[in-house]
Design a protein around this ligand. Structure first.
Ligand SMILES: [Zn+2]
Length: 470
């Protein structure tokens, strides 16, 4: 397995490590400064001075000076409260703040006073099972300070002052590091991915990205390999969890598929090939999940009710009445109503050439009417047996320029590519991602050829950090 971080891979390792440490040191220093500003009685000149020193040492660029300054800053920031004075409580099911204050002998009137501060302090009223509260007491055994990390980047800090409690929220900097790994299939995708250190969520994401081109149940062969460049989120130098896949490659049966993430102005992510072509097909193959094909496409068969030889210009999917039916592509509702043998039927228009038809429905999605837009995968109606049908099933047709095609075998067009105007900029801003995908996949090819089941870390690389459980 190989886990490495670009820019560490491309730039000298030392400078990458430095900026990471500096980032977390700055968070610590900044939080102390913030507290200092809000609580006038506390002096933090030491920490401020240390922060300046760290920055100066970093600017001057000598590593020794930097390390010295960092050590001194760390000891100063940690010196104030000794760790043993703090108690951490894990919230149990159903516990409220007053329950915890009672149990810890902190006095329930203080619990009320803290919640009455308002703002983020009110979050203490909706504690969740597993949340952690840390507190320490004053010399006369009442609450002095309470910390509550209410989400992965925010901590509420409550302190006693001469005039009651004060609260402030500290925001931790979440750092996005780039990681990469690769694997060779020897038994299953999941086994190989696990060996490569990919969390289950990322495996699912990987399968999703290439799901239009690769049937992961049928297509995989021993020696197929994949490479993934992804984000890992760090807080104060500690691995928090995996982020998203930035780029990926899958090589199966000698064919190479590549994907890179594109985020549009609204924050929606889509994966394209590095050339900007869509990985998605404009159509999904099947409009119903978990259905059995009860009658295929043919140009001549005996019709079960009319008892004459008739072409069956669609595919029948047997499924229980009420099974959801999905639009196979983005489009517009051309017709939704009753039409002779079709019974309740929906006809969708997709661009100027394509049309899909969904017959024998028991009912339509509420509010679905002619002219409405639908999205690929959206539920448009439910399986039934209206019209000429002997049992509940969906009759599905696929038409190209008015001609009936076999939905099972028709060549499906790709979804729209990334606009040409943004491809160059997108590629250049992801140059590092692509470079890392390139080097990781080179290792995967070597490992695949050598029969190894996972790429190995080069000597001198740090051991991979533990991966989040998700
Ligand atoms: Zn049919």
């Amino acid at each position: 397995m190989k886990l490495d971080y670009s820019p560490a891979e491309l730039a000298p390792r030392r400078s990458a490590r430095r900026s990471v440490i500096l980032a977390s040191a700055c968070v610590a220093v900044l939080s102390i400064v913030a507290v200092h500003e809000s609580i006038a009685t506390r002096s933090s000149t030491l920490q401020e001075a240390a922060g300046t020193e760290v920055a100066a040492a970093f600017n001057s660029g000598t590593e020794q000076a930097f390390d010295r300054a960092l050590q001194s800053a760390a000891s100063d920031t940690l010196a104030a409260p000794s760790a043993s004075e703090w108690t951490t409580v894990v919230v149990r099911k159903g516990q409220t703040l007053s329950d915890i204050f009672d149990k810890e002998d902190l006095g329930s009137s203080d619990a009320l006073a803290i919640v009455a501060l308002g703002g983020d302090a009110r979050k203490l009223q909706s504690l969740r099972t597993g949340d952690k509260l840390s507190y320490r007491k004053t010399d006369d055994d009442s609450l002095d300070e309470l910390h509550y990390e209410f989400d992965e980047s925010h901590t509420l800090q409550v302190r006693r002052t001469d005039n009651g409690f004060e609260a402030l929220t500290i925001e931790a900097e979440i750092e996005h590091r780039q990681a990469a790994t690769s694997g060779v299939i020897t038994s299953s995708l999941f086994a190989a991915a696990q060996k490569a250190g990919l969390s289950n969520r990322l495996v699912m994401e990987l399968a999703d990205i290439f799901g239009y081109d690769i049937d992961f149940a049928l297509d995989l062969r021993d020696g197929d390999h994949f490479s993934v460049v992804y984000e890992q989120l760090y807080k104060n130098g500690q691995m928090l969890r995996d982020g998203d896949i930035a780029a990926a490659e899958f090589v199966t049966q000698g064919r190479t598929y590549r994907a890179m993430r594109y985020v549009d102005g609204n924050g929606n992510a889509t994966y394209y090939t590095p050339d900007g072509d869509s990985l998605r097909k404009a159509f999904i193959r099947t409009p119903v999940d978990f259905a059995r094909i009860s009658s295929g496409f043919s140009l001549g068969r005996l019709h079960p009710i009319l008892n004459v030889i008739r072409a069956h210009k669609g595919v029948d999917y047997a499924a229980a009445t009420g099974t959801p039916v999905h639009a196979t592509a983005d489009g517009k509702v051309e017709f939704a109503g009753v039409k002779n043998g079709y019974g309740n039927v929906i006809m969708l228009q997709h661009g100027s050439q394509y049309e899909t038809v969904y017959g024998h429905l028991s009912r339509f999605r509420p509010g679905l009417r002619s002219g409405a837009s639908v999205r690929q995968g959206q539920i448009i109606g439910y399986v039934g047996m209206t019209g000429l049908a002997t049992a509940p099933h969906l009759h599905y047709e696929f038409r190209v320029n008015g001609m009936h095609k076999n939905p099972m075998t028709v060549g499906l067009p790709r979804a729209n590519p990334l606009p040409r105007s943004v491809v160059a900029q997108w590629r250049s801003s992801n140059a590092q991602v692509l470079a890392q995908l390139e080097s990781t996949s080179a290792q995967a090819r070597v490992a695949s050829a050598g029969g190894s089941s996972a790429t190995t870390a080069a000597p001198g690389n740090p051991p991979p950090p533990a991966l989040g459980s998700n």
